[in-house]
Unconditional design. Structure first.
Length: 265
């Protein structure tokens, strides 16, 4: 019996159509939003807050096993902080908030301090800094479904592209002496203004472990413990080092918790 071409085409179309749901059950995509709390590496930012979002993709290759990938953005909030290098609290000034340090000039050194206890007019130095962190990252991981539950445990490796921004504002004033009493006013021997913005771009590894609870097929919540590393940059004025103003670079890291809610489709 000869089969008509139209019947063959119809059979192929039906076979393709019935195969699509099976594929759809194995692959899924989504988006998640959330915020977090840094547990370590908070000194530079003087803040624990973080925000982020990610696009997700999952492959359910076995009944309880998934591989997943994410591309996302993270932002770590920073506050303005007084970073003036004043390590000393001299004796005899217990009733005053009086801190001092060594200040360098192009030809020698002198003293810097936060304020003159004997003068109403400000004579001190101030170095205010704000150090933001933000970046994009890709994650690749494995997820396991705890039998007979909607709870999944997972872990992932990350590669992040992180930007570290440092803003510096203030003025450093170097005097020939400390203000010992109201009768002797120190002479200003050097002055250096601070108004700089520096940035550092780095490719940095990381990882996270955590869990996901699927309220139904489409909605989920997620809690993760993360670790990331990144490069930092700091402005070094002449007053602190005795060298021409320059920047130095270093490495740092953060451990943080983040909580997200998401949609799968």
């Amino acid at each position: 019996m000869q089969v008509k071409p139209t019947l063959v085409a119809l059979a192929v179309a039906v076979a393709i159509g019935t195969s699509i749901p099976a594929v759809g059950q194995e692959l899924s995509y989504g988006i998640k939003f959330g915020g977090g709390l840094a547990l370590s590496g908070i000194e530079a930012q003087s803040s624990r807050a973080t925000l982020g979002f990610a696009l997700t993709g999952e492959w359910n290759f076995r009944q309880k096993d998934e591989l997943f990938a994410e591309v996302g953005y993270k932002y770590f909030k920073a506050d303005w902080v007084d970073r003036t290098r004043l390590p000393n609290k001299p004796a005899g000034y217990d009733g005053y908030n009086f801190l001092t340090g060594v200040g360098y000039t192009p030809s020698g050194q002198g003293h810097i301090f936060n304020s003159n206890p004997w003068q109403a007019a400000a004579q001190g130095s101030v170095d205010m800094r704000k150090e933001d962190i933000e970046g994009w990252g890709a994650s690749f991981g494995y997820r396991y479904n705890l039998p007979n539950t909607n709870l999944y445990f997972h872990g992932a490796l990350m590669l992040n592209v992180i930007d570290y921004f440092e803003e510096t504002l203030g003025e450093l004033r170097v005097y020939n002496a400390l203000p010992i009493d109201s009768a002797r006013v120190p002479a200003l021997i050097h002055q250096e203004g601070l108004a700089y913005t520096n940035g550092k771009h780095s490719f940095s590894p990381g990882f996270y472990v955590g869990g996901q609870w699927r309220m139904d097929r489409n909605f989920f919540i997620e809690l993760n413990l993360n670790w990331i590393s990144y490069s930092t940059i700091q402005y070094q004025p002449l007053v602190y080092t005795g060298q021409a103003a320059h920047t130095t670079e270093d490495k740092d890291s953060k451990v943080f918790l983040d909580f997200s809610f998401g949609l799968r489709f």
